[in-house]
Design a protein around this ligand. Structure first.
Ligand code: ZN
Length: 452
């Protein structure tokens, strides 16, 4: 189960007369409070509050009760999933995300069909909120009442991931596909499950809770099967039991070895989650100005992200059969180490002396005809990589390939070796004479670690 999943500690106090349903399993069932008024909502939640892990408030209840209804239901001590499926121009959606703060909302849904600009605006608005009030953002791929093209569902989930959303909502039929594409830690929330043998209402793609959990769902949103049951509390408890049984028979989620678009989407999300995309007024290595900069150190400060990026990059470099990895201090150190660890080879690094020239120090030596992979965090023009390749040649060894987390060279590189990168980011670079921020007199900064 993903790190975002609710655990046993999600509820404050167990209620008197609570059932014996396992707390972890119970935490994964969210009750869809799809009723018309607050009175009915309160009566329903009162009956099942200690059997579920959260409450989903949708358009029906929110339209009739508004934020007051959200606050009222959050007084039960359960986290709230505000499922309003935002879809509008980016500014409007960003405003709606900001407005969700302070109401006890833990999850918020948006339509992925709103596009990248809208999704990114939502993520920026969320990240600007106080930490305790930041909801997790979930992308709606396709409505479960529509017959879906699985490829399209995957593409939309990857878009959500690339834009920095925390997870996606997907029907039970696509959970396995999305789990494989989006990796083990992307939150998957699944509506449309029915206990085995029950009726299929208007949602055509249904499956059992057992199958959904087994396929990789983190949270199940359940409405009618609980609401319409003769005994809603017993129905909720039975669902939690089914989830617990599924958990017991499901092996731990293994990190997948994704490729192509999947890696790119996951890396984008990791960069956004670590706030590596900086906005401001920057002077790039080329001397051009930009309002964007990617600070890889922000990504690599998280060992889990560094390890994952290293493993992915290693898979791209492996076909070149390097015997060792060489990186340039300081920017290349962490990723060089991780790539070498994943390849099972040694990692050395070159560093600049007082004369500013790259050299091998600390007793590092290269063997004659040793095959080196040069690894760096970002390749902008490749100046350091070219210098490093020259150093490798001086030592009598051979550079066979270069690797970087981010390629922002735009194809203009100062070296001839093949470059394997996890993601290509086109730098928006403009001449200082045409820079609007310079015109406004805003001071420009040179980010990065290299002194010049
Ligand atoms: Zn400027």
């Amino acid at each position: 189960m993903g790190a975002d999943t609710l655990g046993a500690g999600a509820r404050s106090e167990p209620r008197p007369g609570g059932t014996s349903s396992p707390p972890g399993a119970r935490g994964r069932v969210l009750l869809a409070v799809d009723v018309a008024d607050l009175e009915a909502a309160r009566a329903l939640v009162e009956r099942v509050a200690d059997r579920v892990g959260g409450l989903k408030i949708g358009k029906e209840l929110f339209t009739s009760c508004g934020p007051a209804g959200v606050r009222e239901l959050s007084s039960f001590g359960l986290p709230i999933f505000l499922d309003l499926k935002f879809h509008d121009i980016p500014n409007t959606v960003a405003g709606a995300v900001r407005a969700s703060a302070g109401h006890g909302v833990r999850w918020l849904s948006l339509h992925t069909s709103g596009g990248a600009a809208m999704l990114e605006a939502a993520v920026r608005a969320r990240d600007a909120l106080p930490r305790a009030e930041r909801p997790k953002l979930l992308g709606v791929t396709l409505l479960t009442s529509l017959a879906a093209d699985p490829e399209e569902v995957v593409e939309r989930a990857l878009l959500a991931q690339r834009c920095g959303l925390d997870g996606a909502i997907a029907s039970p039929r696509e959970v396995a596909l999305l789990r494989a594409a989006c990796g083990p830690d992307f939150l998957l929330v699944t509506p449309g499950v029915r206990a085995a043998g029950s009726d299929v209402d208007d949602q055509t793609r249904v499956a059992t809770p057992h199958a959904a959990i087994h396929d990789g769902a983190d949270l199940l949103v359940v409405g009618r099967p609980i609401r319409a049951a003769a005994d809603p509390a017993a129905a909720a408890a039975a669902l939690a039991q089914e989830v617990a049984a599924a958990e017991a028979s499901t092996p731990a989620r293994a990190p997948s070895a994704p490729t192509g678009a999947t890696v790119e989407a996951r890396l984008h999300r990791m960069l956004r989650q670590s706030q590596a995309f900086l906005e401001g007024h920057f002077i790039l290595t080329s001397g051009l100005h930009s309002n964007r900069y990617v600070q890889c150190a922000k990504l690599l400060q998280h060992p889990a992200y560094a390890r994952r990026a290293g493993a992915w990059l290693a898979e791209k470099l492996r076909p070149h059969e390097p015997h060792a990895v060489i990186s340039v201090a300081l920017g290349g150190l962490v990723i060089g180490q991780e790539v070498a660890a994943a390849l099972g080879v040694r990692a050395v690094f070159a560093e600049r002396g007082a004369d500013g020239k790259l050299a091998l120090r600390r007793g590092f030596e290269l063997e004659p005809d040793e095959r080196l992979a040069i690894v760096d965090d970002v390749c902008t023009r490749g100046t350091s990589i070219a210098e490093c390749a020259a150093l490798v040649e001086e030592c009598g060894a051979a550079s066979v390939v270069t690797g970087a987390i981010i390629d922002r060279s735009g194809g203009n590189r100062g070296f001839d070796l093949p470059l394997e990168a996890l993601v290509r980011i086109d730098a928006v670079a403009i001449h200082p004479d045409e820079c609007p921020q310079c015109a406004e007199g805003i001071a420009a900064v040179k980010p990065g670690s290299r002194r010049r």
